[in-house]
Design a protein around this ligand. Sequence first.
Ligand code: NAP
Ligand code: FE
Length: 363
Amino acid sequence: MIQYYMPTKVFWGEKCLVRSAELITGIGNKSMIITGRRSAQLSGALTDLLEALKKKNQDYYHFSEIEENPELMTIQEGAELLREFNCDHLIGIGGGSPIDAAKAISVMAANKLQGREIYEGDKIKYALPIVAIPTTSGTGTEVTPYSVISDRETRKKAGFGNPLIFPLMSFCDPEYTYSLPQKVTIDTALDALSHLLEGIYSRKRCDFLFPFIFSGIKLIIENLELVISNPQEYLYRENLMRASLYGGFVIAQAGTTLQHSIGYPLTTHYELSHGMANGVVMKEMMELYSSDISEDLNSLFSFLDLSQEQFYLWLDEWIPDTRLELPEDFIIKAAEEIMGSRNMAQNPREVSAEEVKSILRKL
Ligand code: NAP
Ligand code: FE
């Protein structure tokens, strides 16, 4: 049996936000806008949103303190502000960090949760409506029921998932990604690529997803270099944003796997961006699973008209060639954390702690 659930209304294309302003202002009385410190402004999305809200005299409160890999304490602060300023829905603008923060603030405020209670699924009964406006092409969070939050105290990064946090609407305008620095463009594309590949690895993979997976991967391979040399070319930016959206469609159903779990401690301890943390283990992951999913990988590479070796060579162009050389005490601790993560349930077969350690030792 296949189940497919995607309740988010996606608006796509140039100026889609400005053209659909009345839909946002129809959601509630007071919006809480959630952003990082600079990107919402830089991308042009905040200006478009404020114009839309102004047209309809919509009241709002703007919380602009979301850091990369949002912190639990910031989510707690956001939830308190939401209640103080009586907001009834959230609009996240940015990369995955502010949009995931909007999702987490929504459930923390709606269920009156404290701190780590956010990871306790049975405590989440309600959510305030969420609007997502992506300014990166990577996470796909604009169409997923997940939010990933970091706990500074335990130095652990962990996601939670609940169908209630699928955004109600997402406005995807590729122009908002023109201002992305080159590094963020590359790293976020690697994140999207991970999501698409994980749709093949996941135990929850289903054939509905394969058209998204195959064409999303092809879009990244064909467009990443073009975007790097023409960062303001609509078509190439659009193609990357489309691949990211497809990646979101895929993980919303299939979930993520060890590929993502192994990246989290690399981000919290070695400051690798989320996308690059996935990128550095991508080859190892494909090698690990190759025999379990060989038929699907063969179909992928024949669709791409590439050999697995050629794909690895393409990947090498985007990954720094310096090794991480992780210390053994980190490897032991990280392996324990990784083995306990929820994503491990989706691996195509049982993976042992020894296998995880041996991958970490190769990085
Ligand atoms: P991000 O952490 O949201 O942003 C990375 C950097 O890029 C920030 O400095 C940000 O600036 C800047 N930036 C974003 N858009 C920009 C633009 N258009 N122009 C200039 N600068 C811009 O990066 P991300 O990779 O999109 O999100 C990563 C987070 O998403 C991680 O926490 C990851 O775990 C999570 N994630 C979630 C899902 C999901 O389904 N929920 C899936 C995968 C990953 P500001 O700080 O000023 O905003
Ligand atoms: Fe991701």
